[in-house]
Design a protein around this ligand. Structure first.
Ligand code: PHE
Length: 339
């Protein structure tokens, strides 16, 4: 019986080194170690032995099984190594790796992310509203009368159902107040706005705006100025000068445009318009109150400020980009500069 084991051992080892491929390897394993394999059959015969002879046989059996398993593994790694060597034929592993091109955020996203981060640290939460908007949210509730030029077909994209592509993100002011459950409300709403415009260096049919709204019991012009001055210091650098120039918007009273003083090397200093803002017009609170049917935003109880700025404009100033169209052309020679 012990000789049987030796015999199995010898033939298995002799065979193993010349197994040609993985299929044959599996066939070999089954033939020796499988349920009906020769080693398994030998093991089954252990019960025929005298009890005294069994330990020796058992030990030998284990040795042979280990040896065959090891031979099997050796052959398997050898076959795998041969396969690898074959696959690597003609490949020079000492060549430097191909450069990995990392993507990066679009310059507009970078500028917007920074603006949003800054305002969030100042306590503003993100809000959003639909791009396809009702006339009421976009105009009427914002105290913009039917004969206002912004509502003209020549300035605005209307759908047959009377809805329109929002001409500004100020509609989110209304959406936010409609659904708010308490004051204060302190939100920013980045998003796309659409206007019928001739496309040129500074005009586009769609652009990104960043809207802001703060409503509370006692919001004043000082809050508006302080907030936006602090904001532009972060965006354009400490010491940046901004000015508030009286202006008109239907939904704020008083209203201002904010200019920032640009100092560009080789150019005379100049003021550039950067945002619109003002204290929320009580007529806007009245429209919201009428629609909510409660007093949370009653014009006698709350005041607020709102602002809106073009993110494209921010980015153009920040990076000295002369033409708005560059943002949408997806020319990698342009985009690669903002990695
Ligand atoms: N919605 C205005 C625009 O698009 C900007 C603005 C927002 C002005 C909020 C005042 C307050 O021009």
């Amino acid at each position: 019986m012990l000789e049987d084991l030796d015999q199995i051992h010898r033939s298995a080892l002799a065979e193993a080194t010349s197994i040609p491929d993985e299929t044959a390897l599996e066939e070999f394993r089954v033939r020796y170690l499988g349920k009906k394999g020769s080693l398994t059959a030998a093991a089954a015969r252990m019960k025929d032995l005298a009890p005294a002879d069994r330990p020796l046989f058992g030990q030998k059996l284990n040795e042979v099984r280990a040896a065959i398993t090891a031979a099997l593994e050796d052959r398997s790694s050898a076959l795998m190594a041969a396969k690898d060597a074959q696959a690597a034929q003609g490949i020079d592993p000492t060549l430097p790796a191909r450069p990995l091109h990392r993507g990066s955020l679009h310059p507009l996203s970078q500028v917007l992310d920074r603006a949003v981060d800054t305002l969030r640290r100042m306590g503003f939460a993100l809000a959003e509203g639909p791009e396809v908007e009702t006339e009421w949210h976009c105009f009427d509730a914002l105290n913009t009368p039917p004969d206002h030029p912004a509502r003209k077909e020549s300035d605005t994209y209307y759908f047959p159902n009377g809805k329109l592509l929002r001409t500004h993100t100020s509609s989110v002011q209304i959406r936010t107040m409609e659904s708010a459950s308490s004051v204060p409300v302190r939100i920013i709403a980045p998003g796309t706005a659409f206007r019928r415009d001739e496309i040129d260096e500074t005009h586009s049919i769609s652009f990104t705006q960043l809207e802001g709204l703060y409503v509370d019991r006692d919001v004043s012009l000082a809050d508006l100025k302080g907030t936006l001055e602090a904001f532009f210091q972060v965006i354009f650098g400490a010491g940046t000068e901004i000015r508030f120039r009286p202006h008109f918007f239907p939904f704020t009273e008083p209203s201002f445009e904010i200019d920032v003083k640009l100092r560009t090397v080789g150019r005379a200093e100049r003021w550039v318009e950067i945002a619109g803002c003002g204290l929320v017009d009580p007529a806007v609170f009245a429209a919201v109150t009428k629609c909510r049917k409660d007093d949370l935003f009653h014009p006698d109880l709350v005041t607020g400020f709102a602002f809106g700025m073009g993110v494209d404009r921010l980015a153009m100033i920040q990076y000295g980009i002369p033409d708005l169209r560059l943002f949408n052309e997806n020319d990698v020679r342009f985009l690669r500069q903002f990695v």
